[in-house]
Design a protein around this ligand. Structure first.
Ligand code: NAI
Length: 273
């Protein structure tokens, strides 16, 4: 299989822009594509201060020169499948198509392509430049060669690899999301205030409390993952808390929107400091 000399990243949001920085820091040129010009502009501002080896583009066709394409768009199986089918048509025949999905079946994403042996899950943590692990998920048809290549690439990024079976939520979100959901239930049922629930960070020696973490991840992303867990594992213990659903319905998606569980003013204070 060819050397990795160019990487494509699709989706220039929280994760895609961070992944592009990780790749560039490892000395590999990046083509960062997003369908939304504003998202690209935001990502470009963030990235340009650190590196000039990321090319931001709205032109999908430019991804055809990449050896590996990492997808980091919205957490929706339908939307991701459509993208995988389009990528399959324009990518080099040898290119690997990786997904940064938090929870969606790699085997089903691969089924939207004619190269299922070259499709794999490559789940970075948020924020990608800081977090030290990448979760790799093999679909039913992912080849050994592709798995080894993505494992080696992840190590070249300076990350530890954790390998999961292709099950809903894999390892990380199978364990993390029930905790975040339970924190919402604790708030919803009046067990404690937001502030006291978030003192869990001191109780568990985590860097932030579960509600702050939900704002950081994005409440829409948390809700999508919980729905995949609930539907895929068929157990009501994963049913998303109605309060989480209401926040998403209200457009309070967390840090990326400047308002979530935390108020707009508290995000503004943080941004100014
Ligand atoms: P985000 O909402 O910040 O960014 C998504 C970006 O994808 C947006 O800029 C949007 O314009 C773009 N996009 C949507 N459809 C597109 C398409 N068809 N073609 C090109 N661009 C498209 O979302 P975020 O948080 O970056 O999440 C992206 C993926 O990463 C999701 O699958 C999520 O589950 C996963 N993830 C998220 C983590 C988090 O903490 N937020 C952590 C690890 C994985």
């Amino acid at each position: 299989m060819e050397q990795v000399t160019m990487i494509g990243v699709v989706g220039a949001g929280q994760m895609g822009s961070g992944i592009a920085r990780v790749v560039a820091a490892a000395g590999i040129p990046v083509i960062l594509h997003d369908s939304d010009a504003k998202a690209l502009e935001r990502a470009n501002k963030l990235i340009a201060t650190a590196t000039n080896s990321v090319r931001c583009t709205q032109n999908f066709e430019e991804l055809q020169s990449a050896d590996v394409i990492i997808e980091a768009i919205v957490e929706s199986e339908e939307v991701k499948k459509r993208l995988f089918s389009q990528l399959d048509k324009i990518a080099k025949p040898s290119a690997i198509l990786a997904s940064n999905t938090s929870s969606i079946s790699i085997t089903r994403l691969a089924s939207a392509t004619n190269r299922p042996s070259q499709v794999i899950g490559m789940h970075f943590m948020n924020p990608p430049p800081v977090m030290k692990v990448i979760e790799i998920i093999r679909g039913v048809q992912t080849s050994d060669e592709v798995f080894m290549k993505i494992k080696t690439l992840s190590e070249r990024f300076g990350k530890t690899v954790m390998c999961s079976q292709d099950v809903p939520g894999f390892i990380v979100n199978r364990i993390l999301m029930p905790m975040i959901n339970e924190a919402f239930y604790a708030l919803y049922t009046g067990v404690a205030t937001k502030e006291d629930i978030d003192k869990m960070k001191l109780a568990t020696n985590h860097p932030m409390g579960p509600l702050t973490l939900a704002d950081f991840i994005g409440l829409d992303v948390c809700l999508s993952i919980l729905r995949v867990l609930h539907q895929g594992l068929g157990d009501d213990k994963y049913a998303p808390c109605p309060l989480l659903v209401q926040y998403v319905d209200a457009g309070r998606l967390g840090r990326k929107r400047g308002i979530g569980l935390r108020s707009r003013s508290s995000f503004e204070v943080e941004a100014a400091s």
